[in-house]
Design a protein around this ligand. Structure first.
Ligand SMILES: NC(=O)c1ccc[n+]([C@@H]2O[C@H](COP(=O)([O-])OP(=O)(O)OC[C@H]3O[C@@H](n4cnc5c(N)ncnc54)[C@H](O)[C@@H]3O)[C@@H](O)[C@H]2O)c1
Ligand SMILES: O=C(O)[C@H](O)COP(=O)(O)O
Length: 526
């Protein structure tokens, strides 16, 4: 039974699939203080949050069974993603479900700002009738500057067009083709500042975007510009915004998000030009249901070991590619496990070479499986998420390459490692209908199913050596299920690969290594 802990308010309809799942126990505990969260997380297999819960490294560390963190929404800045990655915890979000709601909210804020709606409302219900004071400006024929033309920025652009606005956009990843398709003028930030009557930001909060809109930026803007932030507090320097409004440079600002949330009594709130909402961008019935459904499904997939798509700390793999790579996963992982056990010493470098039909695919996910397999021999907490991170942390040099040399196989994966004591190579293939096979170890051709208990023995190709190995194992009650011998030339270096029915004890391994003409013995468990 998987325990899924939910610590922020989520739509009940949205989490129905989790509640109905036979293998899941849902525990809803909102408003936990940090100590309570640390206590609860200890028993959770998955954690589901919105933007309120701060999922710190300490929380992730305390989650001894934690496999997944689901964010019912877009921004993951309340989650220490790096800490999750290093612990092998998958972080998934729901990037699409609240796009429309947030774009509509940003547009609502834009109109409210242009027409002083919140200020006029407050004045009117207080018994005043100040028609002159609340004269606004039209959006029609004005220029809207959009900083960050992703999902939400693009939806805002569409709405701006409907209102007859010119749209200029800055996004470092915006191509000329995409700008043309959306109907926006691509601009540098400085050009955008110089042209825009309204500026709305729709970027994530990152090192680059923190205080992107600062004092220098305000200086480059038109006098009378109006600013909207429904993305993240911190993208706009609130202190610089306050000064720019007081100086008359900025005519008004509409803010849904703040550097500190909740912001408490903020100096910006004393300015009549500022209108605010309490982080409501995604707060619609529809968006909350969408994101909760999306993230619940993702969590179920992760817990059940099924494919999932919106991982924040894993590269996304298109479904068609997932389907093509799926049959190779076992081969990839077992080649990694095999090679790590075949070579003694600390791993320095691992090179994977793909050939045959695999050269046409994006093989990065298979390399990840190989790294996982190789590291799992040395480390206990390695998984598909943290394997490349752990390899990098330990200074292992990973190389992936492709070659047209097929050596007669329709597909071939070769893994070569260098440790501080040895260098070894193993090649495997996926035989149509028969599954994975190891077809070469170093330069010796063999044919072995990569599973169970294997003995890899390096020896001299001399009469009697095979018999001596067989006799020793037999007398020590170790049954040999299969045996393969590979050699390059008669009487030269050779390898023996045995599949045995049970693990072989260290003293038997030591005795095997002492036999005449036997040079080395490695036990490999797959
Ligand atoms: N107020 C809310 O309730 C609410 C709701 C949903 C999303 N959001 C926030 O809105 C933001 C955007 O969400 P989205 O779904 O559109 O994300 P997205 O990833 O689709 O788009 C973000 C865009 O920002 C661009 N970008 C990144 N760095 C940039 C930079 N330095 N300058 C300019 N552009 C840059 C990216 O290229 C991308 O196109 C996120 O921060 C998200 O957390 C807020
Ligand atoms: O990044 C998001 O998805 C929004 O900020 C929504 O946050 P919320 O789930 O706390 O409303």
């Amino acid at each position: 039974m998987y325990r899924v802990l939910i610590t922020d308010p989520l739509s009940d309809q949205g989490i129905e699939r989790l509640i109905e799942a036979d293998d899941v126990e849902v525990v809803k505990k909102t408003g936990l203080n940090p100590e309570e969260l640390l206590a609860e997380i200890e028993h959770a297999d998955a954690l589901l949050v919105r933007s309120q819960t701060k999922v710190t490294a300490e929380v992730i560390q305390a989650g001894k069974k934690l496999k997944a963190i689901g964010r019912a929404g877009v921004g993951v800045d309340n989650i220490d993603v790096a800490a999750a990655t290093s612990r092998g915890v998958v972080v998934v979000n729901a990037p699409d479900g609240n796009t429309i709601s947030t774009a509509e909210h940003a547009f609502a804020m834009l109109i409210a700002l242009a027409r002083n709606i919140p200020q006029a409302y407050r004045s009117t219900i207080n018994g005043e009738w100040k028609r002159k004071q609340f004269v606004g400006v039209e959006l029609h024929k004005k220029t809207l500057g959009i900083v960050g033309l992703g999902r939400i920025g693009t939806e805002v652009a569409k709405r701006a067009h409907a209102f007859g606005m010119n749209v200029v956009a800055f996004d470092p990843y915006l191509t000329a083709e995409r700008a043309k398709k959306i109907g926006v003028t691509q601009a540098t930030l400085d050009e955008l500042y110089a042209q825009a009557d309204f500026i709305t930001v729709h970027t994530p909060l990152t090192k680059e975007t923190r205080h992107l809109i600062n004092r220098e930026a305000f200086e480059k803007m038109k006098t009378g510009v109006r600013i909207v932030n429904c993305a993240r507090g911190g993208i706009i320097d609130e202190h610089a915004l306050l000064e720019a409004i007081q100086a008359g440079k900025v005519a008004g600002a509409a803010l849904d998000v703040f550097e500190q949330e909740p912001p408490g009594k903020h100096p910006l709130f004393d300015l009549p030009q500022v209108i605010v909402t309490p982080h409501l961008g995604a707060s619609t019935v529809e968006a909350q249901e969408n994101v909760a459904i999306d993230v619940s499904e993702e969590i179920l997939h992760i817990l059940r070991g099924e494919p999932f798509k919106n991982a924040v700390n894993l590269p996304s793999i298109p479904v068609e590619l997932q389907e093509k790579l799926a049959p190779y996963q076992t081969l990839a992982e077992s080649l990694g496990q095999f090679i790590a056990q075949a070579a003694p010493g600390a791993l320095h470098a691992l090179t994977v070479t793909y050939s045959g039909e695999l050269t046409e695919l994006d093989t990065a996910p298979l390399t990840r499986m190989i790294i996982k397999g190789a590291l799992s021999y040395h480390l206990s907490d390695v998984n598909y998420v943290n394997a490349p991170f752990l390899a990098q942390q330990r200074g292992v040099n990973i190389t992936e390459q492709k070659t047209s040399q097929t050596r007669g196989f329709t597909n071939l994966v070769t893994v070569e490692i260098t440790t501080d004591q040895a260098q070894r190579k193993v090649s495997g293939t996926l035989l149509n209908g028969l599954g994975p096979r190891i077809v070469k170890v170093d330069e010796y051709p063999i044919d072995v199913v990569p599973e169970g208990h294997l003995l890899l023995i390096q020896h001299l190709d001399q009469p009697g050596v095979i018999g001596r190995v067989g006799t020793l194992l037999g007398t020590r009650d170790v049954n040999i299920a299969s045996m393969q011998v590979g050699r390059k030339q008669i009487g030269g270096q050779a390898i023996m690969m045995l599949t045995v029915d049970k693990p072989v004890s260290p003293d038997i391994l030591a005795q095997l290594a002492q036999l005449d003409d036997v040079q080395s013995v490695r036990e490999i468990d797959l």
